[in-house]
Design a protein around this ligand. Structure first.
Ligand SMILES: N[C@@H](CCC(=O)N[C@@H](CS)C(=O)NCC(=O)O)C(=O)O
Length: 216
């Protein structure tokens, strides 16, 4: 049995949220990057959906689906404190918003990254993308309104994998411009995660904050 996790990922993908969780947990892991469509196709044995992240666990199981991976990591490493426990009153909100980010935001990128997956006329692609951007902004606004007041993180005093997840997914195009407008409280939380010194090396290697990154 291997004693390390193997993360199938890629720079600037949702897999970086899983890397951030592994980094905060302090668990040993190796990364196999599947950066482009060809590599992803070749990796169908790892994930039949040909997507990253996928995480091979030390026990030999391989998990796909970012929210499930993040949740499972919190179960396997409760000492890291990256999720409210099952008896914590915030647990329901944690599960709700983890699922919400996966299904109401992240899932749209299957189309947003390549609108031609759903339309035949290239002229329609920008319309699809603009409408998805509107929908994603609306969903961030719904989450902002639904989160309990408090902070400085999404669920209170300490960062959870939900913060890591939102921090990474909110960096996808159209980056953070509309996100900061529609979700100012979440904006403060993700900026705090951006600046977490424990993650500085990871961000630099896997999702760099170069000048103007959030406007491109
Ligand atoms: N439902 C999946 C979505 C994963 C996903 O969309 N990953 C992107 C990278 S950020 C990907 O692999 N895209 C390639 C594709 O869908 O063809 C999850 O939550 O893990």
């Amino acid at each position: 049995m291997a004693d390390r996790y193997i993360l199938y990922g890629g720079e600037g993908t949702g897999a970086v949220a899983v890397e951030a969780a592994l980094a905060l947990i302090g668990a040993p892991y190796d990364v196999i990057d599947l950066p482009d469509a060809t590599a992803l196709e070749a990796a169908r044995t790892v994930n039949p959906a040909a997507q990253v992240p996928a995480l091979a666990l030390p026990d030999g199981q391989t998990l796909t689906e970012s929210a499930a991976i993040l949740l499972r990591l919190t179960e396997l490493h409760p000492q890291a404190g990256l999720a409210p426990g099952v008896d914590d009153p915030r647990r329901g909100a944690f599960l709700r918003w983890l699922s919400f980010v996966a299904t109401q935001v992240y899932a749209h990128y299957w189309v947003k990254d390549d609108p031609m997956r759903l339309v035949s006329d290239p002229a329609e692609a920008p319309v699809v993308e603009a409408r998805l951007n509107d929908r994603i902004a609306a969903c961030w606004a719904i989450m902002e309104a639904g989160l309990a007041p408090g902070g400085p993180y999404l669920l209170g005093e300490a960062p959870s994998v939900l913060d890591l997840y939102v921090t990474v997914i909110s960096r996808f195009r159209p980056r953070r411009q509309r996100f900061y407008e529609v979700a100012p409280r979440m904006g403060q939380a993700v900026r705090r995660v951006d600046a977490d010194p424990r993650l500085a090396d990871l961000w630099a290697r896997r999702y760099p904050f170069f000048d103007g990154w959030d406007r491109m």
